[in-house]
Each structure stands twice: as C-alpha cells, then as structure tokens.
Design a protein around this ligand. Structure first.
Ligand code: PHE
Length: 338
C-alpha cells in the first residue's frame, strides 16, 4: 500500500467517524468545511497531487475524486436526515392528516342552459346579439306594435324608470334594434335578462329570455316549425312532440304558443302538466307587417318569424325543478347538482 492511498483512507475514516458522531446541522457543516471546504483536508490533497511521484499520480487523483463524491453524498444525506427529523417533530403539523379539499367553481345552471340553447341556434346559423336592460319605451313597446293605450301592455307588469324608459319586459326590443341597423337577411338570437313586477313559484322579478328572429325572402310558418322542432329535439330528445296553439302577440301575426309533450309523463297526464300531457315552452309567430314598417323593411319582399322563450322555464322542465326561485337562492347544495 502506498502513502497517498493511506492518506486517503485516513481522511475517509476520519470524516465518516466525525460525521457519525455529529447530531446537529452546524456541526455537520463544520465537518464538511473541514474536509471539503476551500482549505479542507481533501481539497488540499487534490491540490498537491502534482507533488507526488509521477507513477502514483493518476491512481491517487482518481481515488481522491471518488472519495470527494462519496463524502459529498454522505454530508448531503446526513443534512437531509436531520431536516426530516426536525420537520417530524415540529408541533402542530401532522403530516399524516388528509389534505383539505380544494373546491372548484362552476357555471350556474342557467348559464349552462343558456349556453346550450345558444349553441343549438349557432349551429343553425343564428348570430348572438345583445342589448340594454334599461330600455326605451319605444323599443320595448311602441316599435313592436304595442302603443301606449294598447291593452296588451297589461300582459306585462312593467317596471318604469320614467315615462319613456323601462326595464325591458322581454328581449323583443332586440328585433327592432337589430333590424334598424341591418338590411335583411337577418338571423339572430338575443339572450338576456328581463324584468317584470311579479313574484311566485313560477315567476321572479328578473328572469332570462332568448329571443329569435329570422327575416328573408319567402320565409313562412313551416320554417318556424322546422327551426323550433330541431331546437326542441336537441334540448330534450328526438321523440318529444311539439304542438302549436293559436295565440296573440301584437308584434306577430299569426301568433302561436308552443307546447312540448310533457317530459315527465310523456303525454299521459301528471301533476307537472296539470293532467294535460303538454307543457308550454315559448311564444312565436310571423313578424307583423307593422313591425317591418317601423324599421323600413319592404313588406312585399320580406317575411320573417320570431320567437321568445324563458331560459328558467326550459331549465325547470329539463331538470325537473318545481320552484323557479331555487335558481336565484344561491343555495350551494342546489347549485352543486349541475
Ligand atoms: N316577447 C314575448 C314574451 O315575452 C315572446 C315572443 C317573442 C312572442 C317573439 C312572439 C315572438 O312574452
């Protein structure tokens, strides 16, 4: 055995012995400096290898570097063992406890319903438009063929801001606002909040509607039936039957109320459909010529249809919810179910 290897063995056993006896971080760091620091024993050995006889230099260099790695690992392990032991002893932290669940936000069921309905119409080529909730009497009523003294104003309990400004009672003003700005053809849907002075289990003072309007040459009632049938089949299912009942709206002629076959009893009659087998889901009709005249559309060339539905109503039917107000109570146990 030659002298350099003896020296290295000595360094190794000294280092490992003192490390084994060390029990705190600062002592370990001191030992590390003593052996591996800039003026450390092993560093000194490595630096002076060139003074050794030529034949032992390569071997000595190699062994010294191996030892350096070995000691570095030993110091590193010793330090991290001490840190782990310290963490385990830290009072108040029990690392065996299960983690706290991170709760994650989600869209409101009505937002989901709105998106779902809009998606169906987008696929049918409709564009989404939006408008103000505080609306001029002109757009909410007058231009829709509902003059001030018209009895149809009684159908909607209006919140008045002033004589000529209201909270919109439906999304139909978007028909006028859109047609004023564009030439036909027009194919839009307008989702948004609307307001009526009304509150019970099927009415809230604020609710949401989606309006639809399609104007072009040669549009007839068959197109309206086709579009609404496609819509109902997407939102409910392909078997759901539709029924068009004659009705009245000042801005459409002829007008219809559209029912779907009861989603609960499939038409047999139950509590939800009041034993009729049918559920009303929306109002619709062919755009009244008076409305076209108000936006200067040529009634000889163009015809169109419009429809309007309540988003809450569709969501209630789709999810079997019997109280509309639940959507707005913000009870997390209700909202979590969607
Ligand atoms: N605006 C009507 C309502 O809120 C619904 C409707 C829209 C009817 C378009 C016909 C055409 O009751």
């Amino acid at each position: 055995m030659n002298a350099p290897s003896n020296m290295l063995e000595q360094i190794q056993s000294d280092a490992l012995e003192s490390l084994a006896a060390a029990s705190d971080e600062s002592v370990i760091q001191e030992i590390q400096t003593h052996f591996l620091g800039r003026k450390g024993v092993l560093t000194h050995f490595l630096r002076n290898i060139s003074d050794l006889p030529k034949e032992v230099r390569p071997e000595a260099g190699k062994s010294a570097n191996v030892l350096k790695k070995k000691l570095e690992t030993a110091f590193h392990n010793a330090l991290s063992d001490i840190q782990t032991a310290k963490q385990d002893q830290e009072p108040g932290i029990d690392i065996t406890l299960p983690g706290r669940p991170v709760s994650c936000g989600a869209f409101h069921p009505l937002t989901l319903m709105n998106q779902e309905i809009c998606d169906v119409f987008k696929q049918l080529g409709f564009e989404i438009v939006e408008g103000p909730e505080v609306e001029l009497d002109y757009y909410n009523f007058e231009a829709l063929n509902i003059p001030k003294d018209h009895p149809a104003r009684d159908m909607q309990d209006t919140f008045y801001i002033s004589d000529n400004v209201v909270l919109r009672t439906h999304t139909s003003p978007l028909q006028i606002r859109t047609m004023e700005k564009r030439k036909p053809p027009v194919r839009i849907i307008a989702p948004g909040k609307v307001y009526r002075c009304d509150s019970d289990i099927t009415h809230t003072p604020m609710f949401q509607q989606i309006e639809g309007l399609l104007v072009d040459k040669n549009i007839h009632f068959g197109h309206l039936k086709g579009i609404l049938t496609t819509f109902v089949h997407h939102i409910f299912d392909e078997q759901t039957l539709l029924r068009f009942r004659p009705s009245f709206f000042p801005f459409t002629e002829p007008s219809a109320e559209v029912d779907i076959q009861c989603v609960m009893c499939r038409g047999d009659g139950c509590r939800v459909c009041s034993q009729t087998g049918w559920l009303e889901i929306l109002g619709a009709g062919m755009v009244h010529p008076a409305v076209f005249e108000n936006v200067h559309y040529d009634t000889d060339q163009y015809t169109g249809f419009a429809f309007g539905m309540g988003i809450e109503r569709i969501a209630m039917l789709k999810y079997g919810i019997d109280d509309l107000r639940k959507f707005y109570d913000n009870d997390i146990r209700f909202l979590n179910q969607f």
